[in-house]
Structure formats: structure tokens, C-alpha cells
Design a protein around this ligand. Structure first.
Ligand code: ADP
Length: 471
């Protein structure tokens, strides 16, 4: 089968969060099952784009309302990622370092989607499935079915994976002329609450809808930033497939970003050596447990709790625990976390920013990972933590509910029910008791490391969905 994944992110070419990890791994595993999966992303000005070699495969021009944009499609030479990676280069729109956050994001991603379909049309490509990811590619199913210029793709099956329903990419109908010509009788497919809503349009138009965990599939019908009723209506064509993790990239026995390698047998010594390096770099006490947080500092992750959690851990459990935070996002939270490091120099530190290499060391060198998320469609951090022998402390929600079982119920994590400072502190207290019991702590860490969250079986589930679409 020929499957086109179209996305705003793909690791290692362009990453903001879990979307990149998924799109950078699933196609590799689909190819290993004997299929041809490719990925198409915009050509951002990232280190990857500058350093890798690409070959040009197509050039064209599209209209976005009254504007015209030239585009080049390039393919990464040698398919070093385990799949063909295409970039659509549109210098005026994407030749910038960041992936999102510009005032013209609507124009950028609409133009990207039109260029993708123009390329398929001009080259007469007939994929077996077009698989879209999140709202940045949500207009594609509509355009394939309703825009006159893309008629040859009308019958091509489409799938959408929702990685996060909070973000929907909505914009005003005043910009509807950006889309290539279609019969306006079909405008309703684009509309939600009086605006064009790319995520809603995709939910309505795709043949198959998936999200990244079974629990999130249920939760979305109650909490999806206004799309609950639509998701309830489309429940029949929806499925929840838990993400995998790339166990080749995320393997403490071979991870080149670590100070020392280890497997489940050597969990104690291996982690101790990485912990030493982490503590040395950030002025923490290697004899005490290290609690960490990695991620976007946003409301969905419960990030605004972190300053108060830090303050209370550092006073109520003074001299008993370290806390380390790696992340960026809300500037008030960033500022607060930074300020705390001036008062608590001994057992606390924070790194504001994005740092892939440091993230690997933090997973390996920490004892516990905090995830007090309000919304967590799947969450990858807890799976990386388990794989690296770090005990996840999670709020029971979405994919966290599906992947972390509390140690009191025979699992390898610590779970709480509320996104609240009290619940996190209660879990920290349980974690300290576990830490004090060497044998139990090692058994829990080893157990977590042995859970199989690899992509092999997950890719087979996606394949089954694609095959059903072709029937
Ligand atoms: P989301 O996609 O909602 O941000 P996920 O748990 O699905 O959350 O994926 C987060 C991914 O981003 C993980 O690979 C995590 O290690 C990585 N990550 C998040 N913030 C940072 C950061 N500041 N530095 C390095 N890696 C980060």
C-alpha cells in the first residue's frame, strides 16, 4: 500500500511535541511491514533542513486567494529515517525557524495543504490512503472531495489522527476564498460555530478518524474544546489507537545521548551514573531522589501548578528530594520557575527551553517523572520514563490512564485523580516511601522497563484500518 502521511511535524526534521515523534516513527514501522509509507511536511528553516541533502522532485505554483506562491517539493536523499521524507518548500511562508506561532499561520498551513494536493494532481499520484494529522492538515479531506481541481483524488480514502483536539486552527469565513474553487453548497462541511474549523472539517469528511488512546476517544466526547457533539455524532467511524514509542531511538542500552548505558538488569548502577551527571550539571544532590517534569509549560499539562509544587516540595520535604524542570511555554510560569531557583539553589533547578539531548538525560537520570496533566491525549513522556526505569507519577487521564497502572494495583507507576497541588504532594510522599525501600524500588523500575510499548503491534493496527478503507 502507498500511504501518505501529511503533518506539520516529523522527528527529527521538525519537532514541537509528541506529534513529531509519532509521525517520525509510525511510517518506518509500516514500511517494515512491507508497505510504502511517506511523510510530507513543510520545509522549515531548521538545522535538519540545512544539514541534510535533498533532491528536488517537483516545482509548481498555487493560488491562495489573490496571492500566488511558488513551491518546490524535495525529498531527503537516501531515506535515512526509514521512510521517504518530502518537504514542500515555500520560502515566503516557511523559511523561518519556528514551526508555529506566526500571525499568518492560517495562510501558511492552508497554502501548504493546497500545494500538497496540487503536487499529487500535477503528477497524477494515486495514493491508497492519505493520512492527515491534526488541524494543520485538516482541510485536505474536504478539498479532496469538494474542490473541482482535485477531482482525481475524490475517491481516495482519507484518515485523520487527532493528537490533540484542543487546537483546531479556526479562522473566519472571510478567508474562504483561500480555498480552490468548490461548490458552495458544501460550505457546511467547513463550518463549526460560524467559522471555518479545519479540525471539524476533517472530522466530518474523513473516512476514518482515530485518536491516540482509547481513553481519550471517550473523553473527547465530553471535553474537546467545543467539538464534543460532532465527535459523538461521528463516533461510529472513530477508533482509539494507543501510540507506540520508537524503542530503537529510546533505548537506555544504546542511547548515544546518555552518560552511561543500562538495561533492566543494571537499572541501579546505570541510572545512578546518569543521575550523577544530571545532578552535577544542575547542582542537585545525587543522594536524594530526583523528581522531574519535562514538557510544554501550558495549562493542559497542569504546568501552572509547578511553582507551588516546587515551593512546597522544597519546604515540606526539605533535604529529602530534588526537583528539576525542563520546559517552555507560558511566560508567567517560566518566570515563576526561574525566580524559585534564586531562593532554592540546593535541591531545585530549571531549564527553560527545548533541549532534546537533555530530555534523554533527564529520563535516564531521574527517579520520578511528574505528569499532573489536565488533558493528555496519549502522552509519550510516561512511556519514555517507564522505558528508562523512571517511575511516572501521573494524573489518571487520557493516555496516562491507559499506560500507567498504580503500583498499589500491581503496576509500575503512581497515579492520582486530580490536577491539584495536594494530589501531586500526596504522590510525592508515596514516591519517597518507595525510594526508601531499595528492593521494591528496583522491582518497580525493572517492571516498568520491561513493558512493551513498541510500534510493531501499533503499526499493524493502523494497517488494518487502512486495509478496511480500501475494501
Ligand atoms: P505533547 O505532544 O502534548 O507536547 P507528548 O507527551 O505527546 O506531549 O510529547 C512530548 C514530547 O516532546 C516528548 O518527546 C518530550 O520528551 C518532548 N519534549 C517536550 N518538551 C521538551 C523540552 N523542553 N525539551 C526537550 N524535549 C521536550
Amino acid at each position: 500500500m502507498e500511504i501518505y502521511h501529511i503533518s506539520a511535524e516529523c522527528f527529527p526534521a521538525a519537532k514541537v511535541g509528541g506529534l513529531a515523534d509519532v509521525v517520525g516513527a509510525l511510517p518506518k514501522y509500516l514500511n517494515r511491514l512491507g508497505h510504502s509509507a511517506r511523510v510530507v511536511i513543510p520545509g522549515y528553516d531548521t538545522k535538519f533542513t540545512r544539514e541534510r541533502e535533498f533532491e528536488e522532485v517537483f516545482s509548481g505554483e498555487i493560488k491562495l486567494g489573490d496571492l500566488r506562491f511558488r513551491y518546490d517539493v524535495v525529498k531527503e536523499s537516501g531515506d535515512s529515517l526509514g521512510f521517504a521524507l518530502y518537504q514542500i518548500r515555500m520560502p515566503q511562508l516557511f523559511d523561518r525557524p519556528e514551526i508555529y506561532g506566526y500571525d499568518d499561520d492560517t495562510e501558511r498551513f492552508t497554502a501548504f495543504q493546497i500545494a500538497f494536493l496540487d503536487w499529487l494532481t500535477e503528477t497524477g499520484a494515486h495514493p491508497d490512503v492519505v493520512h492527515c494529522h491534526d488541524h494543520h492538515t485538516g482541510l485536505i479531506p474536504f478539498m479532496m472531495q469538494h474542490c473541482f481541481g482535485f477531482g482525481h483524488l475524490k475517491m481516495t480514502p482519507t484518515m485523520l489522527t487527532i493528537h490533540n483536539a484542543q487546537y483546531q486552527g479556526g479562522f473566519s469565513f472571510e478567508k474562504v476564498h483561500y480555498l480552490p474553487e468548490f461548490d458552495t453548497v458544501n460550505s457546511g462541511y467547513l463550518e463549526w460555530n460560524g467559522a471555518i474549523n479545519p479540525l471539524a472539517a476533517a472530522i466530518k469528511c474523513v473516512a476514518k478518524l482515530s485518536t491516540v488512546s482509547p481513553s481519550y476517544l471517550e473523553e473527547m466526547t465530553h471535553h474537546a474544546n467545543g467539538l464534543e457533539n460532532l465527535l459523538r455524532f461521528e463516533r461510529g467511524k472513530s477508533v482509539g489507537i494507543l501510540n507506540g514509542i520508537d524503542t530503537e531511538l529510546w533505548n537506555p542500552a544504546t542511547d548515544t545521548m546518555l552518560t552511561s548505558h543500562y538495561d533492566a538488569e543494571r537499572v541501579r548502577s546505570g541510572k545512578a551514573s546518569n543521575k550523577k551527571a544530571l545532578c552535577k550539571e544542575f547542582g542537585l544532590d545525587e543522594n536524594l531522589p530526583v523528581f522531574s517534569f519535562i514538557g510544554r509549560l501550558v495549562y493542559e499539562k497542569g504546568a501552572e501548578l509547578l511553582p507551588e509544587v516546587a515551593r512546597r516540595v522544597l519546604t515540606e520535604f526539605k533535604g529529602k528530594a530534588n526537583l528539576f524542570i525542563l520546559g517552555s511555554g507560558d511566560s508567567a510560569v517560566e518566570e515563576h520557575l526561574r525566580a524559585l531557583s534564586h531562593f532554592h539553589r540546593e535541591y531545585y533547578n530549571v531549564y527553560i527551553g527545548y533541549n532534546e539531548q537533555l530530555a534523554h538525560l533527564v529520563y535516564a537520570g531521574s527517579d520520578f517523572l511528574l505528569m499532573p496533566s489536565r488533558v493528555e491525549p496519549c502522552g509519550l513522556n510516561q512511556m519514555y520514563a517507564l522505558r528508562y526505569g523512571t517511575v511516572p507519577i501521573v494524573r489518571r487521564t487520557g493516555g496516562l490512564r491507559d499506560t500507567v497502572v498504580d503500583m498499589g494495583d500491581g503496576g509500575f507507576g503512581i497515579c492520582h485523580d486530580q490536577t491539584s497541588v495536594e494530589d501531586v504532594l500526596w504522590s510525592v510522599n508515596r514516591a519517597l516511601q518507595l525510594f526508601a525501600d531499595d528492593a521494591s524500588f528496583d522491582a518497580i523500575r525493572r517492571g516498568g522497563m520491561q513493558i512493551d510499548h513498541s510500534w510493531n503491534s501499533v503499526a499493524a493496527q493502523y494497517l488494518e484500518e487502512y486495509l478496511n478503507l480500501k475494501k
